[in-house]
Design a protein around this ligand. Structure first.
Ligand code: GDP
Ligand code: MN
Length: 362
C-alpha cells in the first residue's frame, strides 16, 4: 500500500531524517489557524499518490499571505483524476542542490538495493532514460542493519558526505516499515543542512497487519469486500463474470472463456464449503462490476451442496443472467430449484462457457 507524502515523512522523521516544518490540513480553514507558525514563503502540496505531481500543478510555492488561496485551489484541483483529502503546507526550503535516493529489494539477488543520483528532482525518469549511468546502484546483504561503508562511498561518489546518515536512516525506516520502496526525491542540501523535500513509501501488502494498518486503501471497494469475505477476487477487462470454487477450477473456466473467444470481466474463487450466504455474496460482488453482462457460476459440490448454491444464486437476485454448472452433492435438487426460478443450469463447463460467450457478445 502506498503511503501519502505526509505519512511517509512522519515515518522518516521518526527515523532521524530531517523533514521541513509543516502542517497537514483537511480544509483551507485549518490553514488560517496555523499559518502564524510560518515565517516566510511556503510550499503547498496536494496529498495524492500519483507521480509527477509537481509537473501536474499539485505543488505551489507561494508567499505566506497567499497560502490559503493556494490551498483552496488545490483542494478542488484534480491531479490525474484524484482530488486530495489532505494538503501538506511546509516552510519553503532554500535549495542548493537536489539529489535522488531510493531503496528497494532486488528480487533476483534478494538484497536491498540503493539507487542514488546527483541530479534528483522532477526529471529523474528522464535522467534514468537518457543517462542511465547517472543512477548509481549499490546492493548489500539483508542481514546488515546499516548500509556498509563501501556501498555508501560507491553510491555517493563526490556528493556531500552529510547525505550518508540520511541514507542510512532511510534504510532503517525501510526495514522498520516492511517497505517495498522508500524514496526521497528530491533529497536536498540547503544552508541549514540536508532535508527530505519529498517522501515516498510503499508498504508490502503482506505486512499491513504487522504495521497496524487495518484497511488497504489501494484496493477498490469490491476488492476490499472480497478480501473481507476471504474470496480470491481479480478484475479484468472483459464482460463475463466468473465464479468458481478452487483456484484450479476457476482458472480452467477462464481458460475456456478465452478458448471460445470470450473475455472475463472478473473472477472470484469462493473457496471450499461455499454455503448459501457466501454464494449470495459472491454473486452480488461479481455482479456489482458495471462491465459484467453475464455471470458464469462453475462449482463442484463435495462439501459444497448444490442445492445450497442454487439458493444462494436465487437469493442474490442480480440483474444479469447467471448461467450455472453444478456438479456433485444434491445436484438434482439444485437444478430443480434453479429451473423453478428461471435460471439456466447446463451440464458441462463447455456448455456454460459457450452460452455465456454468446450472450456477452449479443
Ligand atoms: P513531486 O512532483 O510529486 O515529486 O513533488 P516534490 O515534492 O518532489 O516537489 C517537486 C519539486 O518542487 C522539487 O523537485 C523541487 O524542485 C520543488 N520544491 C519542493 N519543495 C520545495 C521547497 O521547499 N523549496 C523549493 N525551492 N523548491 C521546492
Ligand atoms: Mn518528488
Amino acid at each position: 500500500m502506498k503511503l501519502l507524502e505526509f505519512e511517509a515523512k512522519e515515518i522518516f522523521r521518526a527515523h532521524g531524517i530531517p523533514i521541513p516544518n509543516g502542517v497537514v490540513i483537511n480544509s483551507p480553514d485549518e490553514l488560517r489557524d496555523t499559518l502564524d507558525g510560518f515565517t516566510d514563503d511556503v510550499v503547498v502540496k496536494s496529498q495524492v499518490d500519483v507521480g509527477g505531481r509537481g509537473k501536474a500543478g499539485g505543488i505551489i510555492i507561494t508567499k505566506k499571505a497567499d497560502a490559503v488561496i493556494a490551498a483552496e485551489h488545490l483542494f478542488s484541483f484534480p491531479i490525474k483524476g484524484l482530488i486530495p483529502k489532505a494538503i501538506l503546507v511546509e516552510e519553503k526550503l532554500s535549495i542548493d542542490h537536489e539529489y535522488y535516493v531510493s531503496i528497494t529489494i532486488d528480487r533476483s539477488t534478494r538484497e536491498p538495493v540503493i539507487l542514488f543520483a546527483e541530479t534528483g528532482g522532477v526529471d529523474i525518469e528522464e535522467t534514468a532514460k537518457t543517462n542511465p549511468h547517472a543512477l548509481r546502484r549499490g546492493g548489500f546483504s539483508p542481514l546488515l542493519t546499516e548500509v556498509p561503508g563501501y556501498v555508501m562511498r560507491e553510491i555517493l561518489g563526490t556528493a556531500p558526505k552529510e547525505l550518508g546518515p540520511v541514507i542510512n536512516n532511510l534504510y532503517k525506516a525501510f526495514c522498520a516499515s516492511d517497505a517495498l520502496l522508500a524514496e526521497i526525491n528530491p533529497l536536498v542540501t540547503t544552508p541549514r543542512g540536508v532535508f527530505a523535500a519529498d517522501a515516498k513509501l510503499i508498504v508490502d501488502d503482506n505486512a499491513l497487519g504487522r504495521q497496524g494498518i487495518t484497511a488497504n486503501r489501494d484496493l477498490t471497494p469490491r476488492e476490499r469486500e472480497a478480501e473481507e469475505n476471504g474470496f480470491s477476487y481479480v478484475e479484468l477487462d472483459g464482460s463475463i463474470g466468473v465464479i468458481g470454487n478452487g483456484a484450479g477450477l476457476t482458472m480452467s473456466t477462464l481458460d475456456l472463456i478465452k478458448h471460445y473467444n470470450g473475455k472475463a470481466a472478473n473472477f472470484l474463487d469462493v473457496g471450499g464449503g461455499a454455503g448459501r450466504e457466501r454464494v449470495m455474496k459472491a454473486v452480488r460482488l461479481v455482479a456489482g462490476m458495471p462491465e459484467v453482462k453475464v455471470i458464469v457460476v462453475n462449482l463442484l459440490g463435495g462439501i459444497t451442496r448444490c442445492d445450497e448454491v442454487a439458493k444462494g444464486i436465487i437469493d442474490a437476485g442480480v440483474e444479469q443472467r447467471v448461467i450455472t454448472r453444478l456438479a456433485g452433492t444434491n445436484e438434482e435438487e439444485g437444478k430443480a430449484l434453479l429451473a423453478k426460478n428461471g435460471y439456466q443450469m447446463l451440464d458441462t463447463m463447455e456448455d456454460v462457457v459457450r452460452q455465456a460467450v454468446k450472450e456477452a457478445a449479443a
